[in-house]
Design a protein around this ligand. Structure first.
Ligand code: PEP
Ligand code: MN
Length: 263
């Protein structure tokens, strides 16, 4: 295998800074918020509570990659505006998924972190485009991507000059059907051993089941993850998308307390 910029022995361990939050340093980072940005009032209530719980970065999708084109596709530009308003009001950095190269430049006016979703991990034009920025990128693992393919996707971003890449294990598709995906914690330990990028885990998409988010969050941290990205809502059952895997503010607060106990 040829040498990669991601390889552990090619440079210092990368710590990605999002405002004053450091991902990949000793402190575990928690990113949380609803699957989708639904409206301003819901988003601001969620953000206020998350901030009180000690969440470091707010998430929320403005552009939603849904399996069915008939499902809610996100608020688009309006969603970005809500994120920006909430960011200013609550003083918390925000992260959202960008699916299209044409939206990259515009998005920089609204958000602090760009998520590349699982379905776009192989979108090399998008990877090259975000590689030209200095903005932190969360690169989710493709639904059926090997670690090698995922690392090479990260390499596309690094090669263009953007070292601010955070890998995100979000479960892979296996023969198992009781859970939405199979959370591959091997990948977390493997990445930590072999590469110099920070890695976080998404136990929400990784399991698809609300009750599994707490135990798998702790397992992820025990496996060496630098942080978590978790779907949460003030009214989980009423979430417009991914309600089944969305947890309450109380559960999120318990997870954060338990992580602190672990470390
Ligand atoms: C998300 O985090 O909003 C999302 C759609 O996740 P994934 O790309 O991992 O499916
Ligand atoms: Mn979701």
């Amino acid at each position: 295998m040829s040498k990669l910029l991601c390889d552990k022995d090619t440079g210092d361990t990368i710590i990605v800074k999002v405002k004053d939050v450091e991902i990949g340093n000793k402190k575990k980072v928690v990113i949380s918020g609803p699957c989708a940005v639904e409206d301003y009032d819901t988003m601001i209530s969620i953000a206020r509570q998350l901030k009180l719980c000690g969440v470091n970065i707010l998430r929320g999708g403005a552009f939603k990659p849904r399996t069915s084109p008939y499902d809610f596709q996100g608020l688009g530009r309006e969603g970005l505006e809500i994120l920006k308003a909430v960011r200013e009001e609550v003083n918390i950095p925000v992260s959202t998924e960008i699916m299209d190269t044409r939206d990259v430049e515009e998005a920089l006016n609204y958000i602090d972190v760009i998520q590349i979703g699982s379905r776009n991990m192989y979108n090399y034009s998008l990877l090259k485009e975000v590689g030209k920025l200095k903005t932190p990128i969360i690169l989710k693992r493709g639904i059926s991507a090997t670690i090698n393919e995922w690392i090479n996707a990260a390499e596309y971003i690094l090669k263009e000059g953007n070292e601010n890449v955070i890998l995100c294990e979000r479960g892979i598709r296996t023969f198992e059907t009781y859970t939405r995906n199979t959370l591959d914690l091997n990948a977390v330990a493997f990445v930590k051993n072999n590469y110099r990028l920070p890695i976080i885990v998404d136990p929400s998409h990784g399991t698809g089941i609300r009750e599994l988010v707490h135990p798998m969050s702790l397992a992820s941290i025990a496996a060496g993850a630098d942080g978590l990205i978790i779907e949460s809502h003030i009214n989980p059952e009423l979430s417009i998308s991914d309600a089944n895997q969305t947890i309450s503010m109380n559960t999120l607060s318990d997870i954060i307390t338990d992580i602190k106990k672990l470390y």
